[in-house]
Design a protein around this ligand. Structure first.
Ligand code: SF4
Length: 119
């Protein structure tokens, strides 16, 4: 799918999803790795998330439904959005987190606060 045709509040470019994460926040977590980061840190262990032109667009509804499927496993943890740099796709984060907060699901963002991409 081309970015120009998508409402980026409802679609995110995803690198991968981990349904049972124990390293990215408190408790057991559903972890979403978003695609894209321009910092290129020397110590980065997720270099395959750097290319903003890679990854796969997934819809908010698809991701939300998947999270709900695991809600009993993550009730003492939550969801973490990492990457890559999640703030590059902040419109999507706002919509996703609004939906999750209505369900009292704990949320984390793993960010460098670098919301710009160098193409
Ligand atoms: S900010 Fe994070 S994802 Fe981006 S290059 Fe640095 S360590 Fe890797």
């Amino acid at each position: 799918m081309e970015q120009g045709k998508l409402d980026l509040r409802y679609y995110a470019k995803v690198h991968s999803i981990e349904s049972f994460g124990t390293l990215d926040g408190p408790g057991i977590r559903f972890v979403i790795f978003l695609q894209g980061c321009s910092l290129k840190c020397k110590y980065c262990h997720n270099r395959d998330t750097w290319d903003i032109n890679s990854g796969t667009y997934k819809s908010l509804d698809d991701i939300y439904d998947k999270i709900m499927h695991y809600k009993n496993y993550i009730k003492n943890g939550g969801i973490t959005v990492t990457g890559g740099e999640p703030l590059l796709q902040y419109q999507f984060l706002i919509e996703l987190f609004k939906k999750l907060k209505k369900k009292n699901i704990h949320t984390c963002i793993d960010t460098s606060r670098n919301g710009r991409i160098n193409r």
